[in-house]
Design a protein around this ligand. Structure first.
Ligand SMILES: [Zn+2]
Length: 177
């Protein structure tokens, strides 16, 4: 399923293209003892279409994962599967492995396990920030700048610099007779 060495940050405790918190979480809880660094059939990753914020329907959109990292659930097998989950937001943001128990309906889940692992391995944390405008830990080394372009060192995307001029209108009150 996935080789943990492929998503391991280079420096211990520091996120780069890959999240240290996510690596640590997977390594600690799911590493297959017999298979070394591989995770195989021990968990599934699902997108919850029922918004945990306001209950609205949220379709899975691979280019827009940043809309709801807490809609991304990690379901461990063997732990009353179907009622317990970890959420990616808590794992990556807070570095905690907190197990939640919330009832949901099976039809509110979209299995994204294969998509998630292959895309995360390829693009790293950019899958949560396709617009490249979020601040992440380890962001300082995210881009290589060449003249008016930059290249994302994580997902390989190129961006061109554009200068936008903004003209502001000021209103001043004057009393006249
Ligand atoms: Zn990128």
């Amino acid at each position: 399923m996935i080789d943990l060495n492929e998503i391991k940050p280079k420096v211990k405790g520091e996120s780069d293209k890959y999240s240290w918190n996510l690596y640590r979480f997977l390594n600690k809880l799911f590493k297959d003892k017999d298979e070394g660094k591989y995770i195989k059939n021990q968990l599934e990753i699902h997108w919850l279409t029922y918004s945990r914020w306001d209950g609205k329907y949220l379709e899975f959109d691979p280019d827009n994962l940043n809309r709801g990292m807490n809609q991304v659930l990690i379901l461990p097998f063997g732990l009353e599967h179907g009622r317990s989950f970890y959420d990616l937001n808590t794992i990556m943001g807070k570095g905690r492995a907190e197990l939640f128990h919330v009832p949901w309906r099976k039809d509110q889940l979209t299995n994204i396990t294969d998509w998630f692992f292959s895309t995360y391995q390829k693009d790293g944390r950019c899958i949560f920030d396709r617009n490249h405008n979020k601040w992440w830990q380890g962001e300082a080394n995210r881009f290589t700048y060449i003249n008016n372009t930059r290249r994302c060192n994580w997902c390989g995307e190129w961006h061109k610099k554009e200068i936008h001029k903004e003209v502001k209108i000021e209103r001043k009150v004057r009393w006249v007779k």
